[in-house]
Design a protein. Structure first.
Length: 227
Protein backbone atom coordinates (compact mmCIF):
# COMPACT_ATOMS: atom_id res chain seq x y z
CA UNK A 1 0.00 0.00 0.00
CA UNK A 2 1.33 3.43 -0.89
CA UNK A 3 1.64 5.91 1.98
CA UNK A 4 -0.62 8.85 1.13
CA UNK A 5 1.67 11.19 3.07
CA UNK A 6 4.80 10.17 1.21
CA UNK A 7 6.19 12.57 -1.40
CA UNK A 8 7.87 10.92 -4.38
CA UNK A 9 11.50 11.84 -4.81
CA UNK A 10 11.85 14.68 -7.25
CA UNK A 11 8.12 15.47 -7.23
CA UNK A 12 6.86 19.04 -6.67
CA UNK A 13 7.02 19.83 -2.97
CA UNK A 14 9.85 17.40 -2.25
CA UNK A 15 12.58 18.63 0.09
CA UNK A 16 15.67 19.99 -1.67
CA UNK A 17 18.53 17.60 -1.00
CA UNK A 18 21.02 20.42 -0.58
CA UNK A 19 19.05 22.49 1.94
CA UNK A 20 20.73 22.26 5.39
CA UNK A 21 18.45 21.54 8.34
CA UNK A 22 19.58 24.64 10.25
CA UNK A 23 17.84 26.94 7.79
CA UNK A 24 14.44 25.66 8.98
CA UNK A 25 15.02 27.12 12.44
CA UNK A 26 15.90 30.66 11.36
CA UNK A 27 12.25 31.87 11.40
CA UNK A 28 11.78 30.60 14.95
CA UNK A 29 14.87 32.51 16.13
CA UNK A 30 13.71 35.69 14.42
CA UNK A 31 10.31 35.37 16.13
CA UNK A 32 11.97 34.67 19.50
CA UNK A 33 14.18 37.77 19.27
CA UNK A 34 11.13 39.87 18.40
CA UNK A 35 9.23 38.32 21.31
CA UNK A 36 11.91 39.34 23.80
CA UNK A 37 11.87 42.89 22.43
CA UNK A 38 8.08 43.04 22.73
CA UNK A 39 8.22 41.85 26.35
CA UNK A 40 10.87 44.47 27.13
CA UNK A 41 8.98 47.27 25.39
CA UNK A 42 5.72 46.37 27.11
CA UNK A 43 7.41 46.61 30.51
CA UNK A 44 9.21 49.85 29.62
CA UNK A 45 5.86 51.37 28.66
CA UNK A 46 4.46 51.01 32.19
CA UNK A 47 7.45 50.73 34.54
CA UNK A 48 8.02 54.49 34.91
CA UNK A 49 4.38 55.04 35.84
CA UNK A 50 4.81 52.56 38.70
CA UNK A 51 7.67 54.56 40.25
CA UNK A 52 8.07 57.94 41.92
CA UNK A 53 10.28 60.75 40.63
CA UNK A 54 13.35 59.10 42.16
CA UNK A 55 12.67 55.73 40.55
CA UNK A 56 11.35 53.92 43.62
CA UNK A 57 8.26 51.69 43.16
CA UNK A 58 5.01 53.26 44.36
CA UNK A 59 3.47 49.81 44.78
CA UNK A 60 6.15 47.17 45.29
CA UNK A 61 3.80 44.23 44.72
CA UNK A 62 2.47 45.60 41.43
CA UNK A 63 5.98 46.50 40.29
CA UNK A 64 7.27 43.04 41.17
CA UNK A 65 4.36 41.36 39.40
CA UNK A 66 5.14 43.36 36.26
CA UNK A 67 8.75 42.21 36.23
CA UNK A 68 7.70 38.62 36.87
CA UNK A 69 5.43 38.78 33.83
CA UNK A 70 8.15 40.29 31.65
CA UNK A 71 10.73 37.73 32.75
CA UNK A 72 8.35 34.80 32.19
CA UNK A 73 7.48 35.94 28.67
CA UNK A 74 11.13 36.52 27.80
CA UNK A 75 12.23 33.12 29.09
CA UNK A 76 9.88 31.27 26.75
CA UNK A 77 11.84 32.85 23.88
CA UNK A 78 15.19 32.05 25.51
CA UNK A 79 14.13 28.40 25.42
CA UNK A 80 13.67 28.70 21.65
CA UNK A 81 17.25 29.94 21.37
CA UNK A 82 18.47 27.08 23.55
CA UNK A 83 16.68 24.59 21.29
CA UNK A 84 17.80 25.94 17.92
CA UNK A 85 20.45 28.62 18.42
CA UNK A 86 23.58 26.44 18.50
CA UNK A 87 22.60 24.60 15.30
CA UNK A 88 21.84 27.83 13.43
CA UNK A 89 25.02 29.45 14.72
CA UNK A 90 27.11 26.53 13.47
CA UNK A 91 25.36 26.70 10.11
CA UNK A 92 25.91 30.44 9.78
CA UNK A 93 29.60 30.16 10.56
CA UNK A 94 30.03 27.25 8.18
CA UNK A 95 28.27 29.11 5.36
CA UNK A 96 29.61 32.65 5.80
CA UNK A 97 32.58 33.63 3.67
CA UNK A 98 35.52 35.80 4.70
CA UNK A 99 34.12 38.67 2.64
CA UNK A 100 30.87 38.52 4.61
CA UNK A 101 32.78 39.51 7.74
CA UNK A 102 34.57 42.38 6.00
CA UNK A 103 31.70 44.03 4.13
CA UNK A 104 28.19 43.45 2.87
CA UNK A 105 24.69 43.30 4.35
CA UNK A 106 25.50 40.98 7.28
CA UNK A 107 29.01 42.10 8.25
CA UNK A 108 27.71 44.00 11.28
CA UNK A 109 25.45 41.12 12.31
CA UNK A 110 28.32 38.64 12.10
CA UNK A 111 30.48 40.87 14.29
CA UNK A 112 27.61 41.12 16.80
CA UNK A 113 27.65 37.34 17.24
CA UNK A 114 30.77 37.54 19.39
CA UNK A 115 29.82 36.28 22.84
CA UNK A 116 26.59 34.56 21.84
CA UNK A 117 28.06 31.14 22.67
CA UNK A 118 28.68 32.30 26.22
CA UNK A 119 25.14 33.68 26.46
CA UNK A 120 23.64 30.39 25.30
CA UNK A 121 25.91 28.31 27.54
CA UNK A 122 25.08 30.30 30.66
CA UNK A 123 21.36 30.23 29.89
CA UNK A 124 21.57 26.46 29.40
CA UNK A 125 23.34 26.11 32.76
CA UNK A 126 20.57 28.12 34.41
CA UNK A 127 17.95 25.85 32.84
CA UNK A 128 19.81 22.74 34.00
CA UNK A 129 20.08 24.11 37.55
CA UNK A 130 16.34 24.77 37.60
CA UNK A 131 15.54 21.29 36.29
CA UNK A 132 17.73 19.74 38.99
CA UNK A 133 16.08 21.84 41.69
CA UNK A 134 12.62 20.71 40.55
CA UNK A 135 13.70 17.07 40.79
CA UNK A 136 14.59 17.61 44.44
CA UNK A 137 11.08 18.95 45.04
CA UNK A 138 9.41 15.74 43.88
CA UNK A 139 9.35 13.98 47.29
CA UNK A 140 7.53 16.94 48.87
CA UNK A 141 3.75 16.92 49.40
CA UNK A 142 2.05 18.45 46.37
CA UNK A 143 0.66 21.47 48.26
CA UNK A 144 4.20 22.52 49.21
CA UNK A 145 5.85 21.33 46.03
CA UNK A 146 3.66 23.53 43.82
CA UNK A 147 4.50 26.64 45.84
CA UNK A 148 8.24 25.98 45.75
CA UNK A 149 8.16 25.15 42.06
CA UNK A 150 6.43 28.43 41.21
CA UNK A 151 9.07 30.27 43.20
CA UNK A 152 11.87 28.32 41.50
CA UNK A 153 10.46 29.22 38.09
CA UNK A 154 10.28 32.90 39.02
CA UNK A 155 13.89 32.85 40.20
CA UNK A 156 15.04 31.15 36.99
CA UNK A 157 13.16 33.65 34.85
CA UNK A 158 14.50 36.58 36.86
CA UNK A 159 18.10 35.44 36.51
CA UNK A 160 17.41 34.55 32.89
CA UNK A 161 16.36 38.09 32.00
CA UNK A 162 20.01 39.07 31.63
CA UNK A 163 20.49 36.43 28.93
CA UNK A 164 17.18 37.30 27.29
CA UNK A 165 18.29 40.92 27.07
CA UNK A 166 21.54 39.88 25.41
CA UNK A 167 19.72 37.58 22.99
CA UNK A 168 17.35 40.35 21.93
CA UNK A 169 20.38 41.80 20.13
CA UNK A 170 22.69 38.82 19.60
CA UNK A 171 19.83 36.53 18.62
CA UNK A 172 18.34 39.06 16.23
CA UNK A 173 21.74 39.38 14.55
CA UNK A 174 21.95 35.59 14.27
CA UNK A 175 18.49 35.39 12.71
CA UNK A 176 19.24 38.12 10.16
CA UNK A 177 22.56 36.55 9.20
CA UNK A 178 20.92 33.14 9.01
CA UNK A 179 18.10 34.39 6.78
CA UNK A 180 20.60 36.01 4.41
CA UNK A 181 22.87 32.98 4.22
CA UNK A 182 19.98 30.53 3.91
CA UNK A 183 19.23 32.01 0.49
CA UNK A 184 22.58 30.66 -0.71
CA UNK A 185 21.87 27.08 0.24
CA UNK A 186 18.12 26.76 -0.19
CA UNK A 187 14.83 28.57 -0.71
CA UNK A 188 14.64 32.00 0.99
CA UNK A 189 13.10 32.28 4.46
CA UNK A 190 9.78 34.09 4.16
CA UNK A 191 8.53 36.85 6.41
CA UNK A 192 5.21 34.98 6.69
CA UNK A 193 7.00 31.93 8.09
CA UNK A 194 8.84 34.20 10.52
CA UNK A 195 5.58 35.60 11.90
CA UNK A 196 3.98 32.16 12.04
CA UNK A 197 6.91 30.73 14.00
CA UNK A 198 5.78 32.65 17.07
CA UNK A 199 2.68 30.46 17.30
CA UNK A 200 3.62 27.21 15.54
CA UNK A 201 6.68 25.35 14.19
CA UNK A 202 8.01 26.54 10.88
CA UNK A 203 6.45 24.73 7.91
CA UNK A 204 8.68 22.02 6.39
CA UNK A 205 10.72 23.18 3.44
CA UNK A 206 9.03 22.31 0.16
CA UNK A 207 5.44 23.10 1.22
CA UNK A 208 5.47 26.09 -1.12
CA UNK A 209 7.19 26.02 -4.54
CA UNK A 210 10.47 27.88 -4.51
CA UNK A 211 9.36 30.45 -7.08
CA UNK A 212 6.35 31.51 -4.96
CA UNK A 213 8.16 32.16 -1.69
CA UNK A 214 8.25 35.78 -0.43
CA UNK A 215 11.54 37.60 0.34
CA UNK A 216 13.56 37.32 3.57
CA UNK A 217 12.31 39.23 6.67
CA UNK A 218 13.45 42.78 7.33
CA UNK A 219 15.68 43.36 10.39
CA UNK A 220 13.66 44.03 13.59
CA UNK A 221 13.85 47.41 15.33
CA UNK A 222 16.76 47.91 17.79
CA UNK A 223 15.92 46.55 21.27
CA UNK A 224 15.35 48.63 24.39
CA UNK A 225 16.95 47.49 27.64
CA UNK A 226 14.52 47.23 30.54
CA UNK A 227 15.43 47.99 34.06
Amino acid sequence: MTDANATPTGAPGSEPADEPLWTRHVPALAAAAEGIIRASDAWDAISDSLCDSEGWPLDEDRYADGKVGRDAEAWTHVETFLAHGPEVLAGVRATALAVDYLSGPISTDLSNLRGIESTLERAAELQDEWAEAVIHLNPMPSRYRDLYEVRAIELRNSEGWHYADLLSAQGAALARAGAHLASRVGPPVSSARTRAAASRPAAPTGETPVGQRPPSPSPPAPPHRSR
